[in-house]
Design a protein around this ligand. Sequence first.
Ligand code: ADP
Ligand code: MG
Length: 276
Amino acid sequence: MTALPKSPRVLTLANQKGGVGKTTTAINLGTALAAIGETVLIIDVDPQGNASTGLGIDRQARSVSTAELLLNEATVMEAAIPTAVPRLSVAASTMDLLGLEQEISGSKDRAFRLREALKAHADLGDEIPEDKRFTYVLIDCPPSLNLLTINAMAAAHSILVPLQCEFFALEGLTQLIQTVNQVKGALNPDLSIHGIVMTMYDKRNNLSNQVVEDVREHMGDKVYETIIPRNVRVSEAPSYGKPALLYDLKCSGSQAYLKLASEIIQREKKLRHVAA
Ligand code: ADP
Ligand code: MG
């Protein structure tokens, strides 16, 4: 196994529960990072392709997709499609990802397909055009712990876990952490959990507060200070093929994602300081 290059930073958004805000966070955190000057690639490894659709990428525009990336039939350079957001590209997914697991499950490097693709891109060095010199890669996972998610975890420096402010928020987190530890032990020794982001927070609902308190009690400072509120503008934006930040920059959801992006960059700086 080859070591991960330091740049770009690769963050994988994982939670085997569906509907917790993985895709929404990938789209809007990616947009927010790009807005503050980072060059970002979102890799959509969910066959449902919601991140790709939410970023306005038509099905016809997906002739090269993450399936080809995982089959090593295309490079990151070929798969990265520019979006309406400056400095933000997306490697889109198609339903082809559904059959892919079986196709690669027999091969020895089945868990490292994405990691190798990203490594090959980084190895191009100065040959990479400026708009594809990514400083952050966000990988949006399907709602399961399958081979696609394992590929996403094996390719990452860190895992970012979106957790919905609901009664069963912590349920499933133990299993997710176990999987992260297994991947760390067997496939990716440098893997860590970057942080937990609480999503769809409703300040009028006591339960939301209770859940945030519970999760902070269990997970301590792994939980980001920034909490993403439930906001109707955030849920409307994908139907216009736009990130919330383009659809309505002033809404509370967009503002929260901008705050999350700065918090993540701060955390990254601290990590680098510690490592130096
Ligand atoms: P996942 O990718 O984990 O399945 P999604 O990001 O697709 O979850 O979110 C699930 C649903 O919740 C979507 O309909 C999305 O629009 C909505 N949603 C996510 N975050 C918010 C938010 N902050 N405010 C309102 N709706 C949200
Ligand atoms: Mg999703």
